[in-house]
Design a protein around this ligand. Sequence first.
Ligand code: IPE
Ligand code: IPE
Ligand code: MG
Length: 248
Amino acid sequence: MSETPLNIPPERLPRHVAIIMDGNGRWALARGLPRLAGHRAGTENLRRIIRAAVEFGIPYLTLYAFSTENWGRPAEEVQGLMRILEDVIDRELDELHREGVQLRHIGRLERLDPRLQQKVIQAVEKTRNNNRLILCVALNYGGRDEIVCAIQRIIRDGIPAEEVTAELVSQYLFTAGVPDPDLVIRTSGELRVSNFLIWQAAYAEWYVTPVYWPDFDKEEFRRALEAYAQRDRRFGGLSVTVSEIHAR
Ligand code: IPE
Ligand code: IPE
Ligand code: MG
């Protein structure tokens, strides 16, 4: 099948895309498979979306892999997911490194299995000097937890109240140094935030597709980027064209 080229001027591309990779369970259910088979298929999909991001020239990609609320699932699913995440690091790390991907972790490592913690730390360390794509993996991540963690550290650092600004808070988040997401994609059709980047996505554009994550391919990704390129981002002001007209 021939591919449609990405026909978007660079200034209309998002600098940072964040994805809520949802629908693995329903993907499996629709095929009469166990939920973990859906998670496995979901991790298989990581490679092609990461590669597509590199190819499309997107410098920052954030992927929501496991939320602070996902601990509430049955132990069997949680344990299975952790195993799958370990496997995916083992399987993909060398190639990601070769492709110039820098891995960052957002969330708390503490509660994860010590072996998985070690793998995440090593992956971050190994890829720290890469810069072709900054890939943030949200693992044991919750937006509220992130803000609580930031407040605790601000207080511990003895920052005076009047010095607490939005910029300062941003620097205390797990995403310090990463620009806010321009585009948040959610697969599987759910119309909710689910505790993802609640601070950083204050002015992000949203794109929701009914496609389940394991089926979200490069073509679907391209469609999301094309939809984004058509958006008129106003940030509470007026669109450039309207304000220009009024300024005349
Ligand atoms: C997303 O798929 C992956 C994780 C949350 C870990 P789900 O497991 O939420 O799939 P659905 O929403 O049940 O279909
Ligand atoms: C969000 O999906 C978390 C991840 C994709 C990792 P969920 O499936 O956990 O979200 P809810 O429960 O439908 O809101
Ligand atoms: Mg879900």
